[in-house]
Ligand binder design. Sequence first.
Ligand code: SAH
Ligand code: SF4
Length: 406
Amino acid sequence: MPLLSRIALPAGMIGPISPDMSDIAPKLQDFMPGGPLAGGNADSRKDLMGLTRSELTAEMEAIGEKRFRADQIFNWIYFRGVTGFDEMTDISKVMRVRLAELYRIGRPEIVTAQVSADGTRKWLLRLADGNEVETVFIPEPGRGTLCISSQVGCTLTCSFCHTGTQAWVRNLTAGEIAGQVMMARDELGEWPTPSDDRQVTNIVLMGMGEPLFNYDNVKAAVDLCKDEKGLNFSRRRITLSTSGIVPEIRRAGAEMQVMLAISLHAARDDLRDILVPINKRWPIKELLAACRDYPSLSNARRITFEYVMLKDINDSDADARELLRVLEGIPSKINLIPFNPWPGSNYGTSDPDRVQRFGEIIRNAGIMATIRRPRGSDIAAACGQLKSESQRVPAWKQRGEEHPGA
Ligand code: SAH
Ligand code: SF4
């Protein structure tokens, strides 16, 4: 079965488009990732990166160690950021040697590190199996946001998104997701976990991939980020962005309690079906019902609705008013994102005046609207520009076998 059925928009098709695509709409199972593919990895030691506190405790118990050993190691890994057992000075030498024989503390390998003229940094990271993902750091006065990836590629095919043109390869593990935060701390010299004056103050799951299609690993990584004795980020400083996987939004509300961002981009189903095709499975009404039910919403804790501004597609005054209508009653803030073009993209960026006017209509109705300044566009680090060269390797090839049909 093909991994996903791509809905290809004819080249240059950027006008209002509303053909009935239901007959070619991908089935839900086409979107659902199976599981990580095992990659070739020379180091057979178990990687402790990404093990939660309870998993690390279980691991230590399994090798006959006391529970407190897990607390020590947890502190060294996630609070102090060490990558070698030799540095764990409160553990006996003999024990350190034993641990190093059994385990490693992995970090993604940095392939390239780029710094934009505006200070934005982008890292291309190689994972243990050779796949690649990108992580972006956006410094601003008083805060620094780290944008992390949750999958290699994406199963979804939002028509304005560069990542959407790359086939889904695999889910990232919890260690690979949290590892991006740890890599950034390595690079920015932020160990041990700082209590104040941090550079990375906020984490957004807005890089490559749909985080709610990798729920368990994202949850484990979020738990690691939230752990006060580890990476120590407040749940209010972690934002998960989703294209709208309704059942998992409800689950995340109950279990993760992070801030939520919804990639809405259109207030009408006919248009959203084309921009964000998963809308055919969970249309706007169902999506917004889950948003209304998201726990502990208030004026201080609002849902962010992301709205990419596409010239002559979704940026009229009528579109702004429709947006206000559908969001009525939800504590919201709207993030207008001028479309970031990428090679081969078929959309245009709304004129700055149009974006301003759209924002004004929203603000005049008493709803907060911000316009996201494109950051790091000279190094293709802006929203939706992330794409790695990783391709899916079929299972038979990974096993070193011949093509099954050969
Ligand atoms: N898959 C998740 C998170 C990653 S995408 C999601 O869709 O929410 C992060 C944000 O970038 C989303 O709001 C997405 O719609 C937006 N985006 C994607 N491509 C873009 C582009 N070319 N220009 C501007 N924003 C884009
Ligand atoms: Fe995937 Fe998000 Fe891009 Fe859509 S916008 S293709 S869900 S990464």
